[in-house]
Design a protein around this ligand. Structure first.
Ligand code: FES
Length: 134
């Protein structure tokens, strides 16, 4: 089974690297490794577990090789695309298209498909809107 290195970063500078198999959510893999992350519903509806993708497989938002898809209309480089790093086991319906484009990821239902780096912690929840289902 394929496993990926998922680096979790907190605002205080703490980082943890977890081995996340492709058939397990980031939240489940973190808990198995003894790493605490915020969560509630575990079904992709409440947004409590939200993280933000910073880098996929070595390509961060500031990479000069960014494609057109990584750039805004004005040419500014945007966030890494969560679709490059995760498969969802169900639709992340609690996130808007824009929030997904901005790199937000529901870690309770996101299964890794690449090595990646994520910003995590309850402060990320404050950056996104309310869940339409909560
Ligand atoms: S724990 Fe509710 S959306 Fe992930």
């Amino acid at each position: 089974m394929t496993e990926y290195d998922v680096i979790l970063e907190w605002p205080d500078g703490r980082t943890e690297t977890i081995d996340a198999p492709e058939n397990e959510s980031v939240l489940d893999a973190a808990q198995r490794a003894g790493v605490r992350l915020p969560y509630d519903c575990r079904k992709g509806t409440c947004i409590t577990c939200v993280g933000r993708l910073l880098e996929v497989d070595g390509d961060d938002a500031g990479d000069n090789e960014a494609t057109d898809e990584d750039s805004d209309a004005d040419g500014a480089v945007g966030s890494p695309n969560p679709a490059d790093a995760f498969a969802y086991r169900r639709s992340p319906a609690a996130l808007t298209e824009r929030e997904q484009t901005d790199g937000y990821v529901l870690l309770c239902i996101a299964q890794p498909r690449a090595d990646c780096r994520l910003e995590v912690g309850p402060q990320i929840r404050a950056q996104v809107g309310d869940s339409p289902w909560a």
